[in-house]
Design a protein around this ligand. Sequence first.
Ligand code: BDP
Length: 599
Amino acid sequence: MLYPQENTNRRRLNLDGFWDFRAQEEGEAADGWERGLPDPKVLAVPASWNEQREDLFTFFGRGWYQRDVHLPAEWRGRRIWLRIGAAHYRVRAWWNGEELGSYEGGSLPSEFELTEEARPGAGNRLTIEVDARLDPVGLPPAMEAAGKGEERIGFFNQNPPVTYDFFPYGGIHRSVWVYATAANRIESVFVRTSLSGDHTEAVLEVRAAVSDAGSVARLAAEVEGQTADLSREAGTGWWSGRLTVSSPRLWDVGRPEMYEVALTLESVNGEEDTYQQPFGIREVCIGEEGLLLNGRPVYLTGFGKHEDSDFYGRGFNPAVAIRDFELLRWVGANSFRTGHYPYAEEVYDLADRHGVLVIGETPFVGMNERMFTPETEARALPMIERMIARDANHPSVVAWSLANEPYVKSDAALAFFQAMARTARQCDPTRPITYVGHVEVEDNRAMHEYDFICLNKYYGWYIGHGRIDDTLEAFSRKLDEFHKAFQKPMMVTEFGGDAVPGMHAWPAQPFSEEYQAEIVEKQIAVMRSKPYIFGFHLWNFADFKTGQTLTRIILNRKGAFTRDRKPKLVAHVLRRLLRNPPDDGENRDETKDVGRGTP
Ligand code: BDP
């Protein structure tokens, strides 16, 4: 699903701002609300509703958003679309009281056509119901109805009751747009690049799909003055063509060289549609020693992140996003993982433009045995397809992570993980896949079939709390054990501990800034001593909101930065370590260039 774009043939209207809002209480009927909300309050979009108003802080029900939209008169005769960047968790939309449809899936966009109902040149009423009720088999799942003694760590007895460690925010979390196109429009664009052995030439394979294949007169792709007519692939709804770029400028860590392909669709009725799709030329794969980018090993350093900030909750905030990339540069990190769901599209755009590597993750976190069923699989696989379709053109995305901390122990779990792997590989044969494991080797049966290992381990915190030195040996052995079992390159995708900002202790003790910094410094030394480890991500980039338990002090405090993005002691330690990596004699492109060429 293409991001709405303003160009010679497309127009768009951004609907962010203040909307009317009404919470639907349990048992309350919402008759006629799609035409007018009774006693609405005012809420900001995009943002979670929970942190805007006191009465909505723990509201996990259905929230109704409404606003009036004046469509420009010149949109008459055009096709008109509504696009919701993301809303958690299910959306239903109405235009002038007519239902447009619904979508379930939280972190991915939904789109509805409203040509029939739209009244360009007049006032229109848009209503969006966002259903944030906690679902025990949602992706991700809530806790209710979880079986007793179910085998998973953490997050029990947490309020609100979800099986994952972040706040189940409700609301419209990304921009809402309406936009206008020609009757026949470009629906999808993919650019796949391959490099000649000596990198002096790149072949671009451009594929596109349109809404009405029967009325295409011409579909052409243009890159830097070169044009190719795309031709219809027999038996599919796709059109494709090739272009060659000699002496390509390669996209790389800290070298954000971007290209753009301009697609032009001419239809038999004389109408035109256009779409400009950015992309980068680079090659990524997993070699024996780890991730190879343009043939060279890259040591990944950085963080697991969350979409989370004061006031906005999970809502996208462009200033926070810019600041995060600034802090990544300042600390010397070159990568992050989108823990634990696909992020706003703008974040991947920024990663492309900063030369920062991204491991893109699905929303499959906190999965448990009850979910490894054909029904859940039927909901999960299309989400993988949708995520890859949305994000595949970003050169910054170097791998897909298909789940966080599952138990892949039973045959049902293994089959589920095999199906996910097949789907991801089918959608995108160009990127390595992984999932993020924890616990033991035998709980990770699917790892054999994924390309590299990601492991979360909290020695000195959940294991050996308060005893960093005593657990270094065990940490080292655990890493070796996973490597021996799977014989694949490995990343540590989570490690660390909580530090309450301003809490100091000497000698270092848990929850102090000193203790968190000591875990990080000592465990990085262990990881760096392993040739099969090609990177580490600290958990987390910044403190984030989560449910309340005895182990959480309002926020999860494992951030290197505070929730308002100020460095803790550990950030200074990391900066020293990442900006002066040990010289291991290999040509590892680590962090030094990050930020060069930043727009
Ligand atoms: C890991 C989870 C992550 C949590 C983290 C923690 O992957 O979502 O936030 O632990 O406990 O198990 O801080």
